[in-house]
Design a protein around this ligand. Sequence first.
Ligand SMILES: [Zn+2]
Length: 374
Amino acid sequence: MRFNFDLQATDGRARTGVISTPRGDIRTPAFMPVGTAATVKAMLPGSVRQTGADILLGNTYHLMLRPTAERIERLGGLHKFMDWDRPILTDSGGFQVMSLAALRKLTEEGVSFKSHIDGSRHMLTPERSMEIQRLLGSDIVMCFDECPALPADRAAIEKSMHLSMRWAARSRDAFGDRPGHALFGIQQGGLEEDLRAQSAAALRDIEFDGYAVGGLAVGEGQEAMFGCLDYAPEQLPHEKPRYLMGVGKPDDIVGAVARGIDMMDCVLPSRSGRTGQVFTRRGVVNIKNARHADDPRPLDEHCTCPACRSYSRAYLHHVFRSQEIISSMLLTWHNLHYYQELMSDMRAAISQGTFVEWTAAFATERAQGDIEPV
Ligand SMILES: [Zn+2]
């Protein structure tokens, strides 16, 4: 069975469809929870699946350093190692090398760096990144690229984009022919429309199974990001999945889907679950706030997650303040459930041709803010 994308309906620029892989289908638009170190923190894989996730993201940079890709391969691959049998997408390691590692040296060949864990020296190249992602057993492999932080001047973005396109060609060659596995190219070019177009053309020439809009959500702000998404996805092939990396807040996600994005990932729902930030249909709730201490109501009376079904705001406030482990478990579960329900609602609205009405209702409900204190 080969990797395939079946685009089933469009509504304006928004799209819904199904990506088929030997490890199961991915309904799009899809949100991918992040399992950085072979775990979505505070969640069992079965629980992540119960929230509605079809696919997880794993981080090459973290896994290559600890426990190493070679060790995971000897132990049967990442799916078996972490007990998740559905699709996994791995990033290339490039972005996290630039954000986490020390003493980085960028050359045409790749990036050499020191591990942030133990100071050991490593080299990531397109070829090594493809090898690591193959050892992990990733279903969707990302090209090795360079992502400059914004703002950056046009000359720097252009130079970096061309390097990423040379690395994309090397990634394609190193990936080879692996039926059932997909390789995605990554468009770069910052906020420059013509550079984005050049990047898209270079990637189309190489041919990939899917295409990511890279280099966004790096500090440019939502307005600038949406401005870029007004043209960038349309420059990529219509019939292939489009993935926006590292996004985002619920309203970022809705805005990206409205602009033709099919896949997204972000640490926000899981990370926020551990810091007491809760996403609801009526905006963000800070559970550590004293107003929740006597509140017998659930976080969201319409939510069917375990945190909302079985617990009061007062309990969630108490376990967060007491730093109990169950706090991270329940709030992460709720946040991931909220994100997956958001995706499911958008898929239904796009199928029914009511996406514009749905986005208006989404904004209106959020604008109400949290329910009144007791
Ligand atoms: Zn809930």
